[in-house]
Design a protein around this ligand. Structure first.
Ligand code: PRP
Length: 210
């Protein structure tokens, strides 16, 4: 049988995930010296690590080609999907926030607002919960540009340290929701390889409790 495969979000969450694996006593040598390799082994634990972009982690888990995954709650909220979310890993903490030019009153006036975001579903749900119609413009990155260029009245984006907003003369108008890294599991894997997966989850929960 193939090793249990864990899809890991490349970039922001990568370092902290490797730190967690090290805390579990796993040999992370291949993860530290990966070069351009995308599939890596943790031989002593019979685990295979797949490095993927956030939204693709969910795709691989949903299709069952990976058994477990580490992904931000931001990606889960935006893309949804069918899987079990089994643990809050506690790192990758940040938030979704509504933000815009400093000193402006976002809620003033009756004209429909335009919101720029990389997360149209999260944005739609946020304003729907307020019963407010907005126009949403999808932006791929550096969303902060949109209000500065006059494309939007505000943005819904990830805020971590707040420096990007600050350095561009923007501020948070309102928090949308808190975000952190989550451990997710394919629904079929959890049944078919229950013992192995539960062992990994138990290890992780123990490490998180320490
Ligand atoms: C994210 C987010 C903000 C920034 C916030 O962008 O979209 O731009 O980080 O971080 P801060 O509050 O610590 O300044 P990311 O770096 O992921 O790249 P992106 O612009 O391509 O979305």
């Amino acid at each position: 049988m193939r090793p249990i495969r864990i899809a890991l979000t490349k970039g922001r969450l990568e370092k902290d995930t490797i730190k967690l694996f090290e805390k579990l006593g796993f040999d992370c040598e291949q993860l530290h010296n990966k070069g351009r390799k995308l599939i890596l082994q943790i031989p002593d634990a019979n685990l295979e690590i797949v490095l993927a972009k956030a939204a693709d982690v969910i795709t691989y888990i949903e299709h069952g080609v990976c058994d477990m995954g580490v992904v931000g709650k931001d990606t889960i909220l935006e893309y949804g999907g069918t899987f079990f979310e089994v643990a809050d890993l506690g790192f990758g903490r940040c938030k979704f926030a509504l933000a815009g030019k400093k000193g402006e009153d976002f809620y003033a006036g009756y004209a429909e607002k335009t919101i720029a975001t990389k997360y149209p579903n999260v944005t739609h749900q946020f304003f729907e919960s307020k019963g407010m119609d907005v126009k949403i413009v999808k932006i791929e990155g550096s969303v902060e540009l949109a209000p500065l260029l006059g494309l939007s009245d505000a943005i819904v984006d990830i805020v971590e340290t707040g420096s990007t907003l600050k350095e561009n003369g923007l501020e948070v108008y309102e928090d949308v929701t808190a975000i952190s890294a989550r451990l997710i599991v394919n629904t079929v894997s959890l049944k078919l390889r229950k013992a192995e997966i539960e062992t990994v989850i138990n290890y992780i929960e123990k490490a998180l409790a320490e």
